[in-house]
Design a protein around this ligand. Structure first.
Ligand SMILES: NC(=O)c1ccc[n+]([C@@H]2O[C@H](COP(=O)([O-])OP(=O)(O)OC[C@H]3O[C@@H](n4cnc5c(N)ncnc54)[C@H](O)[C@@H]3O)[C@@H](O)[C@H]2O)c1
Length: 315
């Protein structure tokens, strides 16, 4: 298959492209947004592009004409739309940036996919669309739009536009909701990556709020789930891709302390926009996609720390 991965220079996109390359022709489009170091993205991309038949185009999806030329030339069978500005807290200071990159650019991708005969669009959404929920695993139908950050609202809008453009153009459409993804090349603004960086540099780590828990999902499991979604049996499919086992902050800190016994922890107040807990019910993805998250938090932490120690310049 001929596949386009938007945001393919990012954390999840680069891993996905590497996985797809074994069986498909892959083109990556990314503008190297400075949300975090473009040099780091280039370094990860070099590993991926060097490993097989992968094309890489530097382009901004907000430019619809430029995107149309890429899509017309590429004649893609499927498009994974992963490009976005991530992050909950920064979206509160810059909501318009999130509208531009996460909504405006998504319309361009969905429309040009329809105009150029793409058969299947797969959209990267987020557990944040569930808003503030505690105490139970969340199923896909629980999303009700009552979200608590502009980032989450941009993902709700993106999902809604996917339904609209699926209706207008008739392509198969699959929405994947990721739950806190981590692993080698993990986004440097996210908790596990930040904690490892601080610990390796002998700095204290900052922990916001008390009693939070996250359904941390290892990157290889997410990439496997994304690949499996190419064969989604549903014409319109929405799936949680999580680990299904929330990890309390204190357990994560214990795990880190076993590698970094001198770890210093500074407690800070809860941050506005952060939900207290995420917990995926992954039974739908398991039943329909054959999705099986395999990597425990202990194993995932070990692999993440081993990667960080081998590539300290990128941590
Ligand atoms: N990492 C997670 O835990 C997580 C959780 C839920 C959802 N997601 C979603 O998964 C997707 C990938 O996330 P990630 O963690 O790999 O983030 P990332 O920031 O590493 O990757 C996103 C990529 O999109 C690119 N991009 C942004 N705006 C663009 C534009 N206008 N044109 C072209 N490229 C653009 C960026 O340069 C970046 O490389 C995003 O849609 C994100 O919202 C991630």
């Amino acid at each position: 298959m001929n596949i386009l991965v938007t945001g393919g220079a990012g954390f999840i996109g680069s891993h996905l492209a590497a996985k797809l390359l074994a069986e498909h022709d892959v083109t990556i489009v990314d503008m190297l947004h400075p949300y975090y170091s473009p040099e780091r993205k280039r370094a990860h991309l070099e590993e991926v592009v060097g490993s097989g038949a992968c094309r890489w185009i530097e382009a901004d999806l907000r430019d619809e004409e430029g995107l149309r030329l890429i899509m017309e030339a590429g004649r893609f069978d499927a498009v994974y739309h992963l490009a976005a500005v991530p992050g909950v807290t920064p979206s509160i200071a810059d909501p318009h940036g999130y509208v531009d990159h996460n909504i405006h650019a998504t319309i361009n991708v969905l429309r040009t996919a329809g105009e150029t005969g793409v058969n299947h669009v797969l959209f990267a959404s987020s557990s944040s669309v569930y808003g503030e929920r505690e105490g139970e695993a969340i199923r896909e139908e629980a999303a009700n739009g009552r979200v608590i950050s502009p980032y989450a609202a941009s993902k709700v809008a993106g999902e809604s536009l996917c339904h609209t453009y699926k209706y207008l153009y008739g392509y198969r459409m699959t929405i994947l909701r990721f739950f806190t993804v981590y692993g080698p090349w993990g986004r440097p603004d996210m908790a596990i990556a930040k904690f490892i960086r601080s610990a390796m540099n002998g700095r204290a780590i900052e922990v916001f709020g008390e009693g939070s828990a996250r359904d941390y999902t290892y990157i290889d499991d997410i990439a496997d789930g994304l690949k499996a979604a190419l064969n989604s049996p549903e014409d319109v499919g929405v799936y949680n891709l999580g680990c299904g086992r929330p990890v309390e902050m204190n357990r994560l800190l214990d795990g880190l302390q076993s590698y970094f016994p001198d770890l210093q922890i500074v407690r800070k107040p809860e941050r506005v926009g952060d939900v207290k807990m995420t917990w995926a019910d992954t039974s739908k993805a398991e039943a329909l996609l054959g999705y099986r998250p395999k990597v425990s938090i202990e194993e995932g932490l070990a692999r993440s720390i081993a990667w960080a120690r081998s590539r300290p310049e990128h941590v």
